[in-house]
Design a protein around this ligand. Sequence first.
Ligand SMILES: [Mn+2]
Length: 397
Amino acid sequence: MTDQSFGDANSHFQRPKTQANRALEKEANLPLTGWQQEVSRGLEFGLEAAESISDRSIPTFSRGELPHFAGINTFLKAPYLEDVRKVGEYDVAIVGVPHDSGTTYRPGTRFGPQGIRRISALYTPYNFELGVDLREQITLCDVGDIFTIPANNEKSFDQISKGIAHIFSSGAFPIIMGGDHSIGFPTVRGVCRHLGDKKVGIIHFDRDVDTQETDLDERMHTCPWFHATNIKNAPAKNLVQLGIGGWQVPRQGVKVCRERATNILTVTDITEMGLDAAVNFALERALDGTDCVYISFDIDCIDAGFVPGTGWPEPGGLLPREALSMLGKIVQKAPICGLEVVEVSPPYDISDITSLMATRVICDTMAHLVISGQLPRKEKPAYIHPEAQSELVEDWR
Ligand SMILES: [Mn+2]
């Protein structure tokens, strides 16, 4: 490859066909419309800058992306949507679920949404190698948090299911920031409420199986998939569990995985078979007879050295680039109906690195949804049923 279509013609080096060079080309094709609108809005609402400021795109009051350390901390500084009845006007809705009453060891994930939002301010909406600029290509809002009930898992679950059902049925793509993993049951229940007779496969990144019926006498963060796969729209045969292993996998849960024939790959399985084969395994099982895929990403699937701020840190997990690579390929190849990122516990975090990893998972997912053409949505996906399933509503009426 001797691509000389850009660059310094006097260089004696030829430009190789690398991802980096493709990225340089892709950037040239991205619009700047969203950025220009942001600048105009900033100057209108935030006033023109003081006379000594040479760059006249800068307002007096910070409005929008810049500077990264300033401003109101919604996710990626997306507009805060106070009126959730309007959520369907956006391509993506970010929602926090600050619930950690399902935690059995370290608490603190109630601060997960805040921690993720705070460090998300570090990011620009543009990714170099993916050639995506979220500000230019999709509309994103932050709907704030679900009102969870700290002393009561079941009431919190009802709130979560109702909130997620509202976002999902609106047609906005739901991205959920946990919260501990007990929220996996009510989030999936909220999605299933509007699936009619359609089915969802769950791809679950985790070190733990999270499939036991109860823990400490309640439906805790070790239990979401036992209950989610009792819903007829979310069969256990379509539950794929990636990265499982170590010393924190309760035997009660293992028994349920065996009985229900869920699809598990350990970290060793994934590294020995290779990332592409693991992705193909996940897609084949999650999509067998289903209409869409829900991704539940427990941040502790990544090695504890990278994510200290979590409820049950476990060494020996996936490398960040392995997890992100698999996630990207899955999102590109399957109809994805929602994403949750759980178990980020900022009080145990160091230098925001666990929250930053969660931000990365969320932003990468949005970028791959754009690349695969799933976002922006031209119309509501056919698997979203306008009517609520009454048997799934009774629980939380
Ligand atoms: Mn988990």
